[in-house]
Every structure is written in structure tokens, then in C-alpha cells.
Design a protein around this ligand. Structure first.
Ligand code: LR7
Ligand code: MN
Length: 552
């Protein structure tokens, strides 16, 4: 009997403790019911602004958690999410290349850590910032991530800054994914009648936008505290600025929200592969204020704010680019070279689910599409530097990329600077492969060796390092990279064919001739106007006599 009574007391004690905890927890949780929200209404707001209707906030710790009243209008969130569920036993990564089970379990809104530098919280922004149209394109996005993107925007932006949210459903399998969301106030849904890819979809969205400022987002983001004001402020001050936030990482496995480094900017290599890189050390040393913008040579591409007239003036996007990829380089080169600038704003943070593979198909194939898009960017914007792109990506040669006449006309019309200017002023850290290699050019009589077209070698009038960029051939460190058999002779090609065996690239002097190590044959100009070949060595012959000419 005594034992039963002792047990009962223990159970009651535990229940009381749990009850107390539950009560306290309820009190600190963001309230979602209108009644609870109303109770919180009297509390103060950040920046001393008047509470806008439909949005209330409570303060907890140093964070501001918005409460949403009637935010979703007639939209039935539960039914929407329940409409598509992972079936038991299904691989949660299969359809979206992230853990769908975790995303679904998270719910449509959650508090995330304010990852900004603490000094950002005390910055002030104009009270009369212009509003923006948010443009989100998607193809078969998971309902939970898409809804979280939209809700985070509605929760964490001053309502007056959100003119509308334009969704472009890029021909997803289920039209309802988009349609149902347009029941949320401010959300509009456009559906493509066929798969267009993100580039044409964004242009379609931008063309229907009614605000003077465009904000692009991927369909699996979560925006963080005060993400929008810093970006709109910068664009309002100078409409030629194109700005992005620091892009935080949402784990594709457990959906944890992780702060990204604030010392990174966008860069690329010659194959036009985007990468994050450290801010150059001199710039880093000069940064006394961590809230200041970071100049960036390129943007990642998915999350940025741009003045709408400036977007239109600069030619929107190259709409002959398909599906995914390359448009961020094209836009970045264009913005810098045609009078604008790109920056990353450390006081704006947006989370993004980074994936390891594309969860969707590319009708023309992933590689061909990327080549087509990046070739277009290189051909229109990179001038003589495009040779490094072809050297780094030899498979791009000869692949179709359509007509670029319109884009070249645009470049002329906008009177844009040459790529050389971009290299010297915006991205001097990008090493030019030849600058190290070129120390001399091979001369024969009054002619010099140079590349023709992309990689064929020929002889032409000597003119130093100019548009045709003569190449070096220097003892056994020469830059001959590839030989190709023809019926009778071997043509000599040049380029940076990194994947070919180094042995093919080695040459050695043989008297005044130059001998290819592997074949034992010598470089010959026996057809003066045609491409150079390698034939049997006859060093005494004029067509095999070479002398180096040093380039200064
Ligand atoms: O056919 C398609 N139609 C689409 O609407 C293919 C994709 N999309 C949508 C898709 O649903 C998503 O919302 O386009 C958006 C981007 O596609 P993702 O998320 O599959 O690609 P990503 O995150 O790897 O893409 C980065 O690079 C792209 C190059 O074309 C775009 O510029 C993306 O916007 C860009 N994303 C970001 O910059 C977010 C930060 C990631 C980085 C680096
Ligand atoms: Mn993405």
C-alpha cells in the first residue's frame, strides 16, 4: 500500500514538473493563433516602426520572431502538404536529391538562427524603401520546401516591401503544386506550357512583375531576419548595383540551418565552373567594417536583387540558354562590363538547400546544355579570353550553341567594355594560363607561329601578344599539347588539353629544329598557308628552322 502511495506521489511530481515545463515552453513558442498573437501585439517592434496590419512580432533572446495573422488567407496548408507525401519505404532522396522526409517533418515555418554579424542588427534603413516583386521559378520542387520559401519571405520581410510573389511553374508534373499556392495573398502562379528552364522562366516572371525592383529566389530557400532591407537599400541608392545576400547552407540531410562564411565571394575557373573563394587578402585587411558590401566578380546566380529597369535595359537574360547553368556568368559579365556592379551584402542572409546532383532531367542532356549555355556566355562576352575557356573545356569545341547575333548587337548597343577590362579591374586574381607559359614565340623567317581559330597552329606576320596571341614553344616545356594524324602528315594543335598525357606535349630542340619527343618527328611549315605539321626531321630545311623571339 505504501509502495503504491509512493509511486503515485512520484508520478504526480513528474507530471507537475512536465506540466510546468510545457507551460513555460508554450509561453516562449511563437504563437500562431490570432488570440495569442493579439496578446503579443502590445510588445515592441524592431527599428521602432509601427506594426503593420497582419504582422506581429515578439522578442525572445536577441531574436525577433514574426507572428503571422491571416498570412495565408484561404490557403489550406495542411491539405496542401498532405496532398503529396513520401510513401513508406520510398527513398527520401530519390525525387529531390535532398532528404524529403526531414523537410516534410520540419513543418512550414521554423525559427532559424540569426546568422548575421551582431553589428548588422543596429543598422538603419530608409523608411520609404521601394517594394519588390519576388520571382521564384521551379520545376518539380517539393511542396514543403517551396512553401517554406514563400512563408519565410512573408514572415521575415516588412509586408510593405513585398509587392507580390510570382511563382513560375516550369512545367512541373503536378499543376496543383503551384495553383494551390496562389490562394495565399500576394502569391501569383504562372505555369509554362512546356519546359523552358530557369532562364526563360525568370524572364517570364520579370515581365509580369509590377514592382520597380526584382528579387530572385530559388525554390528551396529560407530567408533570414531583415534579409531584404539591406539589398533594397543598396539598389535604391544606385540602381546599377546588383546585390546578393550571403547564402547560408541548409543541410540536404537534416535541414539544419548553417551559417556560411562571411569572407567569400563568387569566382570561377576557365571552364566556367562557379566556385566560392576567399576575398583577396588585401581587401580582407582593408575591411574594418564587417557590415560593408563585398565586391564580387560573379554571383552564384539564384538569389539576387536588381532594379527592374536596369534588368530590362541590360537585356534581361540570354533567353537562348536552356534549363540550367551559365546564365550567372553571362549576367555577371554583362553587369560589370556594361556599367554596373555586383556585390554580396553580409547583413543579408538567405539559406539555400545545396544539392549534389540535379533531381530533374535535361531534355538535351546535362553536359550539352551546360556547354551550350557557357559557350554562349564565352562567345558573346569573353573576347580573346574565350580561348582559355576552350582550352579548359575542349569538349565544347564544335558543339552547337545557336545564333548569338542578337546578344552581340546588344553588347554593341550598350557600349560595353572589353573582357580585358573586366580581367584587369574586376577579377585580376584569375590567372591567365598563358601569362606564365608565354615567354617567347617561335619565329621562321619573318613569320611567327600563332594559333588559328581555336587551336590549329599556323604562321603569320609577327605582331607580339595581340588578339591572336602567339604561343610559346620552349625546349621541353613547350605548349604543344596534341598531335593529330592526317592521311600523310600530322597536324599540330595547341591548347591546354589537361587530360592528354604529358608525354604528347614534350618537345626538344634538334639543332634549329624542334622535335616531338614521342613521335621523333619535327615541326614543319611545309605548307606555308596551311596548318603546321610534324614530319621526318630535316633540321637543315628552312621549313623546319625555328628561332625563339622573346616577347616583352
Ligand atoms: O528546368 C528547370 N527549371 C527551373 O525552374 C531547372 C531548374 N529550375 C529551378 C529550380 O526549381 C530552382 O528553383 O531553378 C532553380 C535553380 O535550380 P537548382 O536549385 O536545381 O540549381 P542550383 O541551386 O544548383 O543553381 C544555382 O546555379 C544555377 C545556374 O543556372 C542558377 O543560377 C541557380 O539559381 C543557382 N542557385 C543559387 O545561386 C543558390 C545558391 C547556390 C549556389 C552556388
Ligand atoms: Mn537551388
Amino acid at each position: 500500500m505504501r509502495r503504491i502511495r509512493a509511486n503515485a506521489i512520484a508520478i504526480l511530481t513528474v507530471a507537475w514538473i512536465l506540466g510546468t515545463f510545457y507551460y513555460l515552453w508554450q509561453d516562449s513558442k511563437p504563437h500562431t493563433s490570432p488570440a495569442a498573437a493579439a496578446a503579443a501585439q502590445t510588445r515592441s517592434r524592431s527599428h521602432g516602426q509601427k506594426a503593420a496590419p497582419g504582422r506581429l512580432e515578439i522578442h525572445r533572446d536577441d531574436r525577433t520572431i514574426p507572428l503571422i495573422v491571416h498570412l495565408l488567407g484561404g490557403f489550406d496548408e495542411k491539405a496542401y502538404l498532405a496532398g503529396k507525401q513520401l510513401k513508406p519505404g520510398d527513398d527520401p532522396y530519390r525525387e529531390h536529391a535532398f532528404n524529403l522526409q526531414e523537410s516534410d517533418r520540419l513543418g512550414s515555418e521554423r525559427a532559424i538562427r540569426d546568422t548575421r554579424h551582431y553589428r548588422c542588427a543596429s543598422l538603419n534603413y530608409d523608411t520609404d524603401l521601394p517594394s519588390t516583386s519576388i520571382i521564384i521559378t521551379f520545376h518539380n520542387e517539393a511542396r514543403s520546401t517551396l512553401l517554406r520559401t514563400i512563408k519565410s519571405v512573408l514572415m521575415r520581410s516588412p509586408p510593405s516591401l513585398i509587392q507580390e510573389i510570382i511563382l513560375i511553374d516550369d512545367f512541373s508534373s503536378d499543376p496543383e503544386d503551384c495553383q494551390l499556392l496562389s490562394q495565399i495573398p500576394k502569391v501569383h502562379c504562372l505555369r509554362n506550357g512546356r519546359r523552358e528552364g530557369l532562364i526563360r522562366s525568370r524572364v517570364r516572371g520579370a515581365n509580369t512583375a509590377t514592382a520597380s525592383i526584382l528579387t530572385f529566389l530559388d525554390s528551396h530557400c529560407e530567408v533570414n531576419t531583415d534579409w531584404l532591407q539591406p539589398m533594397i537599400q543598396r539598389v535604391k541608392e544606385d540602381h546599377t548595383r546588383v546585390v546578393s545576400p550571403i547564402i547560408d547552407v541548409i543541410s540536404l540531410d537534416n535541414f539544419a540551418y548553417l551559417a556560411a562564411s562571411a569572407d567569400l565571394r563568387g569566382g570561377f575557373d576557365w571552364s566556367l565552373h562557379f566556385k566560392w573563394e576567399q576575398i583577396p587578402i588585401e581587401q580582407k585587411m582593408a575591411r574594418s567594417d564587417p557590415t560593408q558590401p563585398i565586391r564580387t566578380p560573379v554571383i552564384a546566380g539564384g538569389i539576387f536583387v536588381m532594379d527592374k529597369s536596369w534588368f530590362n535595359h541590360l537585356g534581361q537574360y540570354d533567353t537562348h540558354m536552356d534549363i540550367w547553368g551559365g546564365e550567372n556568368f553571362e549576367l555577371s559579365f554583362r553587369v560589370w562590363m556594361c556599367g554596373g556592379s555586383l556585390e554580396i551584402l553580409p547583413c543579408s542572409r538567405v539559406g539555400h538547400v545545396f544539392r549534389k546532383r540535379h533531381p530533374y532531367d535535361f531534355p538535351e542532356g546535362n553536359a550539352l546544355t551546360y556547354i551550350k549555355n557557357t559557350r554562349r556566355a564565352a562567345e558573346v562576352w569573353m573576347d580573346e579570353y574565350k580561348q582559355y575557356y576552350y582550352s579548359a573545356r575542349p569538349s565544347a569545341q564544335g558543339k552547337a550553341f545557336g545564333s548569338i547575333t542578337d546578344r552581340l548587337t546588344l553588347r554593341r548597343k550598350l557600349n560595353c567594355k572589353p573582357f580585358r577590362w573586366y580581367m584587369e579591374n574586376v577579377y585580376p586574381e584569375l590567372r591567365v594560363p598563358e601569362q606564365e607559359a608565354v615567354s617567347s614565340v617561335l619565329k621562321q623567317g619573318g613569320s611567327c607561329l600563332e594559333t588559328r581559330g581555336i587551336d590549329i597552329l599556323g604562321l603569320a606576320e609577327c605582331r607580339g601578344i595581340g588578339a591572336s596571341r602567339p604561343q610559346s614553344v620552349h625546349g621541353d616545356t613547350c605548349a604543344f599539347y596534341k598531335t593529330k594524324m592526317t592521311e600523310m602528315n600530322r597536324w599540330v594543335f595547341m591548347g591546354f588539353f589537361g587530360s592528354l598525357p604529358l608525354s604528347l606535349q614534350k618537345w626538344k630542340p634538334k639543332g634549329t629544329a624542334l622535335q616531338h619527343m614521342v613521335s621523333g618527328l619535327c615541326l614543319d611549315s611545309n605548307a606555308p598557308t596551311g596548318p603546321l605539321v610534324i614530319t621526318q626531321c630535316r633540321p637543315q630545311m628552312a621549313s623546319q628552322t625555328w628561332e625563339p623571339q622573346v616577347i616583352t
